[in-house]
Design a protein around this ligand. Sequence first.
Ligand SMILES: Cc1ncc(COP(=O)(O)O)c(C=O)c1O
Length: 376
Amino acid sequence: MMQHFENTLDEIARAGNLRSIPTTAGEAGYVDLTSNDYMGIAADRRLFDEFVANCDFSKVYPSASASRLLSLHQDDFLALESLLASLYGREALLFNSGYHANTGIVSAIADKDTVIIADKLVHASIIDGIILSRARFVRFRHNDFDQLEKLLTEHSRQAQRLLVIVESIYSMDGDIADLPRLVELKRKFPQMLLYVDEAHGFGVRGRQGLGVAEETGTIPDIDILVGTLGKAAASSGAFVITSEIIKKFLINKARSFIFSTALSPFSCLWSKFVIEKLVGMHEERRQLLAVSNFLNENFARYNGNIRSHSQIVPLIVGNSRKAVELSGFLKEHHILALPIRRPTVPPGTERIRFSISTRFTMEMAEKLTNIINMYL
Ligand SMILES: Cc1ncc(COP(=O)(O)O)c(C=O)c1O
């Protein structure tokens, strides 16, 4: 019986796509460009020490010990939700992770009277939510809103609801969805609901770090905005910003919210502490974008049509073996950057994905560019 699993693993390995858990991350002396700690907060011991020094541990519960609907320890959840709600000016609801949020929300919102229209590159957690929803589902070419508009026109005749799903910053290409254009489409199609995953925008973009939606002034027009706390916020969990009605609906219908033990209240306390810091990190955001843009401009000639405008910096090498080799070469230069292969990215666009953080200086970026130019 095991033969089936062994054969599949052999096939994956032959294509150069076998995954394993890396053992080198965090090695002393290495520059880590693999993590999503974009604002350098997880790596900043001083911030955590400050949090610990000011935390009243006599009041901290290590576990929610139940789903949110059954837990007796609500205070830290409510405090974090209330902070998020006041920043965004809308309702907020916490989920255990971005994966829980996307699978739970999409599958709750979309039903047989909904057509889901999603960008071709949306994250696996959104795809899984779509599959769970059993709703009708079409995809449009990445960031091609002319095609999206055609699909909206075509499906608006039969569907009661059209759920358009995009990411604000795409996790593998680093490019950005034109949110104002999507908001315009909402005006044209009254049955359209706009769903934006800000996993890579939250903390990094916008004046207060509320994401691309803040940067583009579109927060009030996005029906469902998902942010994650495990990336720039250096914590874990996720949240949705939405209307009062949809929040109530999700509390009653989102299965990942209802049927899973809630986050640790301790983790909520830390998230709240971090978000209060993130709001004022204007200079760090400016610097992060400048360094990222420098790299994106330098790597443009290798990347074909793929153009990042964010801290997610791809370098396309075109096949799995080359991506693994380049990752190894970078490691020899004490730079950790993992190869991204299919099925995570389409065949032919295998790449190195550099996750730039505020700890990565312009000087380091120049050095990295020289090393890459030496190799390619
Ligand atoms: C766009 C996007 N959405 C959702 C997730 C899932 O978030 P989490 O890691 O909190 O489960 C990720 C990555 O992990 C992501 O890149």
